[in-house]
Design a protein around this ligand. Structure first.
Ligand code: AMP
Ligand code: ZN
Length: 468
């Protein structure tokens, strides 16, 4: 299995620290509002990578934090006149609901910064003791010049960073160097705070992730992941903190997803060009959003548009219709053993799984993996006939569903199942009307079904239906 490592800028063979185990940390959202569709991308992508690793036999410990102390959270709490806890509890709940909707497996741990204060203070103390951090007026800063590897992830040069930052008017004069960053800052009036040796205050954002990765996974982890906007400064600073405090390499593989853009600009809350996931799922189901995200390679930018979302919906429907047709065949046919010809076809169909794995082994190319599922669907649609055995239908169904499952694509979703009961009741009514030779009623029901996006086909095995 090859993965692209941002640290080395190469695709490398994945070798875990411990055989068959993967320790994975994914930076989670800052919880001051509903997640937008850009935030949904790392959720879906790193969940899919985890699922594929689990399929390959790895035991994955998956940690995704919630950043629950931040200026934006405080601002939101003040606007609503409530405590920051009310805001964070609310949006953590909503983020979990969205993750469930996207069929993201629950993380092994979801740590929160506010619950890790003693460990955060301990790591800052270690950095001060080891000469990598200094205190000034109640703040603690990381001394970037003390860490020789600073810039190794982002490829930035410390001198250039210093020169760039020195020109800024808002440069903090308590810092020894403008490239230094905050580990601890004193509270301002009305802000939440914690006691510490330096001041009553709160931690900077970067230190939280270094601490939570260490607490839940250890000093050196296999995979650290997040969106590509986090490479600098967030992940660069995490490396500087963790490696200086622990005296060991921090993460062996750094994985970053590309952006979801709107008109070729990153979707973000600060630019205001965002759609919350809730806005989107009011119109298209969650599983279409997941499928839309998986249709592109995770490192490529994807443009958000209604047309692409509709195309994803149509693609997913093709898979679901095939699964529905196979289930119909299984219910209405016989033959527990494959014929010789069917055995040969099942052997042929092994190539779709092989292509799927080849695509996923090459840096998780979900776009090509989905293409092999479509090939499988085409093969099943062509080869499963009314005369085929039940066993053949089952073999095709199992093969397609296994691949969909690895990508977290649900082949039968709850919304469709709810519709199913209604559709099947109408079909039964139409069959009864036809039997009673009430063709006007039968046609009227057919039209009603058509308005619901359902096409029906009268076959020798009974009425078969699918979505248009
Ligand atoms: P935030 O709440 O902004 O810290 O973002 C949470 C996660 O979503 C991080 O991994 C970000 O890198 C990622 N992210 C934010 N915006 C986008 C976007 N437009 N496209 C893809 N990923 C994004
Ligand atoms: Zn982080």
């Amino acid at each position: 299995m090859k993965v692209y490592n941002t640290l080395t800028k190469k695709k490398e063979e994945f070798v875990p620290i411990e055989e068959n185990k993967v320790k994975m940390y994914v930076c989670g959202p800052t919880v001051y509002g509903l997640i937008h569709i850009g935030n949904a991308r790392p959720y879906v992508i790193f969940d899919t990578i985890r699922r594929y690793m689990e399929y390959k036999g790895y035991e994955v410990t998956y940690v995704q934090n919630f950043t629950d102390v931040d200026d934006k959270i405080i601002k939101r709490a003040n606007e609503e006149g409530v405590s920051t806890d009310v805001i964070t509890e609310r949006y953590i709940k909503e983020a979990i609901k969205d993750a469930e909707g996207l069929n993201v497996e629950p993380a092994t741990y979801n740590p929160r910064a506010t619950k890790e204060m003693p460990h955060i203070i301990e790591m800052i103390k270690t950095l001060v003791d080891r000469g990598y951090a200094y205190e000034k007026n109640g703040s603690v800063y990381y001394d970037t010049k003390a860490f020789p590897g600073y810039g190794k992830l982002s490829g930035k040069n410390l001198d250039d960073l210093i020169a760039g930052a020195s020109n800024r008017v808002d440069v903090d004069t308590d810092k020894k160097s403008p490239a230094d960053f905050v580990l601890w800052k004193p509270k301002k009036e009305g802000e939440p705070y914690w006691e510490s040796p330096w001041s009553e205050g709160r931690p900077g954002w970067h230190i939280e992730c270094s601490v939570m990765a260490k607490e839940y996974l250890g000093d050196t982890i296999d995979i650290h992941a997040g969106g590509e906007d986090l490479i600098f400064p967030h992940h660069e600073n995490e490396i500087a903190q963790s490696e200086a405090a622990n005296g060991k390499p921090f993460a062996n593989y750094w994985l970053h997803n590309g952006f979801i853009n709107v008109d070729n600009e990153k979707m973000s809350k600060s630019k205001g060009n965002f759609f919350t996931l809730r806005d989107i799922v009011a119109e298209v189901p969650y599983d279409v959003v997941r499928f839309f995200i998986l249709n592109g390679h995770y490192r490529s930018p994807i443009n958000f548009s209604r047309e692409l979302m509709d195309a994803a919906g149509n693609g997913l429907m093709r898979i679901k219709n095939c699964v529905k047709g196979l289930n119909f065949h299984i219910e209405n046919s016989e033959g527990e053993a494959l014929t010789a010809a069917e055995e040969a076809l099942v052997r042929d169909s092994a190539k779709f799984k092989a292509d799927f794995e080849k695509a996923m082994d090459d840096d998780f190319n979900t776009a090509d993996a989905i293409a092999s599922i479509f090939e499988f669907v085409k093969f099943a649609n062509t080869n499963v006939k009314e005369t085929s055995t039940k066993a053949f239908g089952e073999a095709m169904l199992k093969g397609i569903c296994e691949l969909c499952d690895i990508l977290g694509i649900k082949t039968a979703d709850e919304a469709a199942e709810a519709d199913t009961a209604e559709i099947e009741a109408l079909i039964a009514e139409r069959t009864a009307a036809k039997k009673a030779r009430d063709f006007a009623k039968a046609d009227e029901i057919r039209n009603r079904l058509s308005d619901m996006g359902v096409v029906i086909e009268d076959t020798r095995q009974g009425v078969r239906w699918s979505f248009k």
